[in-house]
Ligand binder design. Structure first.
Ligand SMILES: Cc1cc2nc3c(=O)[nH]c(=O)nc-3n(C[C@H](O)[C@H](O)[C@H](O)COP(=O)(O)O)c2cc1C
Length: 397
């Protein structure tokens, strides 16, 4: 009898990903930085929050549909951009197909392994994400390409601090998969035959390049080549971000831009001043400046300060539908997920990503039912039990 490929929780998807992927690929997805304090806090903080459920007079119908940056989505969850992955041969195209099948947006990283044209073809509801990498002309070229491909929004991520080193060890990632690297990684691949077979069937090995950093047809840089250029790029100012916002508006006829990585109230206000459509309250999944608090702890202060001027989404630590409901109750319009869908992709390809979105949808529905809400738009802070000392307010003078 074939093994049941359906999984019942995101943590089960993670266990299957761990078994299925070569250790260095699995470990690159786990990521986290330094001691992993932020990584742990991102999920632990959700568990500190409780619910205040009702038991009667509950709603027969519960609606999850909403919008983010003008895109209608069937549940308040979108896939956050994640960079180069050797998880599955269909990579970001499989993720985009799953998002399209479940009625939500795909965030595509500029470090992704598939061209933006293919991803938009799989899901027209695509937001293209960029880092501040290279000079203004090159950045412009990239966003023009994304717009020409049909991307409907831009995500700008500027919170990366190039912090390196993890107490549990970083995976060795080859510059490119040449013969030498293949021999070096062969033992890992041989221990994970199903992963290897998927790539063998597709007829190629993961090439660890970033095709969306150049014009179509140009030689794509390797991940490390691009990372080096990024490290050499002067860091963006608020004026640069306002310029980028204007450029996207010019190219796209007023299209939306999200600034991802906001933790502080003062930065949230500056994002509003820079004309952003949305901000993502995020610590980059705990991959960045370790000991930054979990986004759910800083969300209430940011939503209070700017929630009526800019769309506020949250990413980091979402593993269950109930986490989504907690974030919405505390002021987010929607959430973005990273590892959850990557583990789903590793566990079972496109259906695995759909499985993750379905789990979140049913978890949101259960929480709405228990809370006596008929729509995600009715959630309020009173639906959540927030223990004393839970929240953090950063940068509010
Ligand atoms: C393997 C990996 C790669 C990532 N690459 C990017 C990226 O290229 N651009 C970006 O803005 N965020 C990137 N992120 C951060 C995610 O978009 C998101 O902020 C984070 O994963 C959310 O936390 P979660 O994984 O707990 O859901 C990456 C995260 C992971 C785990």
């Amino acid at each position: 009898m074939p093994k049941n490929t359906w999984f019942e929780t995101v943590l089960e998807a993670q266990r299957r990903a761990r078994k299925r992927l070569p250790p260095s690929v699995y470990s690159a997805l786990l990521a986290g930085s330094e001691k992993g304090v932020s990584y742990d806090d991102n999920t632990a903080a959700f568990a500190e929050l409780g619910f205040a459920p009702h038991l009667s007079g509950l709603s027969e119908k519960r609606d999850q549909a909403t919008t983010v940056m003008g895109e209608e989505i069937s549940l308040p969850v979108i896939c956050s951009p994640t960079g180069v992955q050797a998880v599955h041969p269909d990579g970001e195209v499989a993720i985009a197909r799953a998002c399209a099948a479940r009625g939500t947006v795909t965030g595509l990283s500029s470090f992704a392994s598939k061209p933006v044209e293919q991803v938009v073809e799989a899901n027209p509801q695509t937001f293209f994400q960029i880092y501040w990498l290279g000079d203004r002309d090159r950045i412009l070229q990239r966003i023009e390409r994304a717009h020409a491909a049909g991307a409907r929004g831009l995500i700008v991520t500027t919170d990366w601090s190039f912090s390196m080193g993890r107490d549990w060890g970083s995976p060795a990632i080859p510059e490119k998969l040449d013969l030498k690297a293949m021999l070096q990684f062969a033992p890992e691949g041989i221990r994970r035959p199903r992963w290897l077979a998927q790539f063998a069937k597709a007829g190629y090995l993961p090439d660890l390049t970033a095709p969306n950093l150049v014009s179509p047809g140009e030689q794509a840089p390797t991940f490390f080549g691009a990372y080096y250029e990024w490290m050499q790029t002067p860091l963006p100012t608020w004026e640069d971000l306002a310029w980028l916002r204007e450029q996207w508006a010019r190219i796209s006829g007023g299209g939306p831009v999200m600034l991802k990585g906001v933790c502080r109230v003062d930065d949230a206000k500056r994002a509003v001043d820079a004309g952003m459509t949305a901000i993502s309250v995020s610590n980059h999944g705990g991959n960045n400046l370790d000991t930054t608090p979990a986004p759910i702890r800083v969300l209430p202060s940011i939503a209070d300060a700017v929630g009526d001027q800019v769309e506020v989404v949250l990413d980091g630590g979402i593993r269950r539908g109930s986490d989504v409901v907690k974030a919405l109750a505390l002021g987010a319009r929607a959430v973005m997920i990273g590892r959850a869908y990557l583990w789903g992709l590793a566990a079972n390809g496109q259906p695995g990503v759909e499985n993750v979105l379905d789990l979140l949808r049913s978890g949101i529905d259960s929480a709405l039912l228990g809370l006596g809400r008929s729509s995600v738009h009715e959630l309020t802070p009173g639906d959540v039990v927030v223990p004393p000392g839970f929240t953090r307010t950063l940068g509010a003078t």
